[in-house]
Design a protein around this ligand. Structure first.
Ligand SMILES: [Zn+2]
Length: 612
């Protein structure tokens, strides 16, 4: 790797960042004209659907041809979408990239329309007939799970006319997310605050998070917190109207497809019983005592008179250790040792092949993600800022990317995409392994405290907060389902009541936190997504136990089961895949294990603090 540039150059322009720390998008296409050619190729394939229309019942060959056309378009769609999308995300002020991205969206809507007859026509063929075809044709049998699960959804598939109408509405359905993204990224005016020492700070997302995680002055944190949330509160009514758009769309789709609720509609495709979410939310809500105990400990250690939401993330003790990107690469690779040397080699390849866009630059999309560009390799977007948190984010996204790699290598295209229900298992497990590695190698008691705090904050953020969010989404969607008014006030009250129910008397509440719901991108971009962070966290908590404890044989078997889960991609229902890996989410046991784990970690932390 190239030499690290100093981190105070964080706000440098993109072209000032050494190439080694940027992703190499020419692995997808060499140029925009090559991308244009991909677009044209995609468009030329579309009439293939019209040729197949009305012929599926003629025999297995026609059905196979339709599936293969879908594969061809699907593989191409990854490239054309991500080439435009990743270019756009590296600087969202780039109108030309944005226009190209929209061009792909329009093309995809066209493709969905061209294909809209397919499922209804397939479903008119009796399943017994299709099963006989699959028995006779190994090539068609590849699509068995895809076919069986399509029939599983039969009761919720409309007739051809209905499906056509729904496909026409898909562009409308994307609008609330686009508005939210524009409002919160492209058009946002990040507030500038003055710290107690007179220094001025622009609260970009990266700076805001860094400030709450590092600034030891409570007045500064309070100022940042209020300014940050007031930015959202200033557009509260707009955010509420946009969110109402999300809720109404979900309820529209649920009703159009004859589901009893939006939750049922969201879970049906993956064959997950709604009780999984309802139990999860209930188990978390009744297991908040260790959470409150942690906040009471924090209040004591921080020595603050009143303890607030903005005091949750600041380190309990001073440890100004920075985790330079170049220096953590080996640590990340080493931490994956329990998963075997092949796995480690894959991780190394991601670092060396410029799969990662490391640093923040003006206009860059906030947050972090791993993008599965089929046929190329996964890409990772980071906003790395040298904090311990950003190293864990790196480990997290690496888990996603390895999942993508293994799934693509072992599954046919049709199953290469795993569901979000299992997606967060390898990423959280990756973080847990990294935590274990760091805790075992440090001899510094202060770093132990920092790491333990990180692990606890991780449980709080990945499990408790997501359960709270899931509860919020569930209740907000119920407002739409019951035809209740949805206003900024309603949504803020709903959020705030839940927040208080979780934290009880362990903190002092600030009114500006009420608007928090407006700044959670998942609520707008992927409803009923976040609960899966919690179920996945619970699954990982069980899996890591088998991987890192027990006899050598037991550990080996645990690793094999885990890797098998990754290799399996989306080849079965996620509940089945997880059951095979040893996790049963239809029981409260995994969630209860997290509550118990938090209880243990808080006790550990109390002891370390005592000793200090
Ligand atoms: Zn993730």
């Amino acid at each position: 790797m190239a030499t690290e540039t100093p981190v105070d150059a964080r706000n440098r322009m993109r072209d000032e960042i050494p190439e080694a720390f940027t992703w190499n998008l020419s692995d997808i296409y060499a140029s925009w004209s090559a991308w244009e050619a991909g677009l044209a190729e995609f468009e030329q394939l579309l009439p293939g659907y019209a040729e197949l229309r009305g012929t599926l019942s003629q025999g297995p060959d026609r059905l196979l041809k339709a599936f293969r056309l879908g594969d061809e378009l699907g593989q191409l769609s990854y490239r054309i979408w991500y080439y435009a999308g990743l270019n756009y995300d590296q600087d969202q002020r780039d109108n030309a990239a944005n226009a190209r991205r929209q061009k792909v969206q329009i093309l995809f809507a066209k493709a969905a329309e061209a294909r809209s007859w397919f499922t209804p026509e397939l479903l008119r063929i009796p399943l017994t007939t299709v099963r006989a075809w699959m028995s006779a044709s190994p090539e068609l049998a590849v699509y068995r799970f895809a076919i069986e699960s399509t029939y599983h959804q039969q009761e919720h598939v409309l007739d051809e006319k209905g499906e056509h109408l729904l496909s026409l509405s898909s562009r409308l359905g994307d609008v609330p997310h686009d508005i939210h993204s524009m409002l919160s990224n492209a058009d946002i005016k990040h507030p500038v605050i003055t710290l107690h020492d007179g220094k001025q700070v622009t609260l970009t997302y990266g700076q805001y998070n860094a400030l709450l995680q590092t600034n030891r002055n409570q007045t500064d944190r309070a100022a940042a917190f209020h300014a940050f949330h007031e930015t959202f509160a200033a557009s509260a009514n707009t955010y509420a109207a946009v969110y109402s758009g999300v809720l109404q769309r979900d309820w529209f789709i649920a009703q159009a497809r004859q589901f009893k609720s939006t939750l049922e509609a969201a879970l049906h495709g993956n064959d997950i019983p709604p009780a999984v979410v309802e139990n999860l939310v209930a188990t978390a809500k009744s297991g908040t005592e260790p959470l409150r105990r942690y906040h009471r400990l924090r209040k004591r250690v921080l020595g603050v008179e009143t303890y607030h939401a903005y005091d949750q993330l600041v380190p309990l003790i001073d440890c100004d250790r920075k985790y330079e990107y170049s220096k953590v690469i080996d640590e990340v690779v080493d931490s994956m040792k329990p998963l075997g040397s092949d796995y480690q080699r894959g991780v190394r390849q991601a670092f060396e092949g410029r799969w990662i866009d490391v640093y923040e630059n003006p206009g860059k999309r906030s947050g972090a993600y791993s993008a599965p560009v089929y046929g190329v390799h996964p890409y990772m977007l980071l906003n790395y800022n040298d904090t311990l948190d950003s190293v864990f984010t790196l480990a997290h996204e690496m888990g996603h990317s390895m999942h993508t790699m293994l799934s693509e290598a072992h599954q046919p295209f049709v199953y290469s995409d795993y569901t979000i229900f299992v997606a967060e298992v390898p990423s959280t497990l990756s973080e847990m392994l990294f935590f274990d590695h760091m805790l075992s190698r440090t001899t510094d008691q202060r770093e132990r405290i920092v790491l333990l705090q990180h692990a606890i904050d991780d449980i709080v953020g990945t499990f408790y907060r997501q359960c709270l969010f899931a509860d919020y989404e569930l209740q907000a969607h119920r407002l739409a389902e019951q035809g209740e008014p949805i206003t900024a006030e309603t949504l803020s009250r709903l959020y705030f009541d839940l927040f208080k129910a979780y934290h009880g008397d362990s903190m002092t509440y600030d009114d500006s936190a009420q608007i928090t719901w407006a700044r959670v991108p998942h609520f707008f971009g992927s409803p009923y997504y976040v609960y899966q962070y919690a179920t996945c966290y619970a699954s990982s908590a069980q899996l890591i136990q088998t991987i890192t404890s027990g006899s050598l044989d037991e550990r080996r078997e645990g690793v094999e089961r885990f890797l098998e889960l990754l290799r399996a991609g989306g080849s079965d229902y996620p509940m089945n895949l997880l059951k095979r890996a040893g996790v049963d989410l239809s029981t409260p046991a995994p969630a209860e294990a997290v509550v118990a784990q938090l209880d243990r970690r808080v006790t550990q932390l109390e002891q370390e603090i005592e000793r200090l």
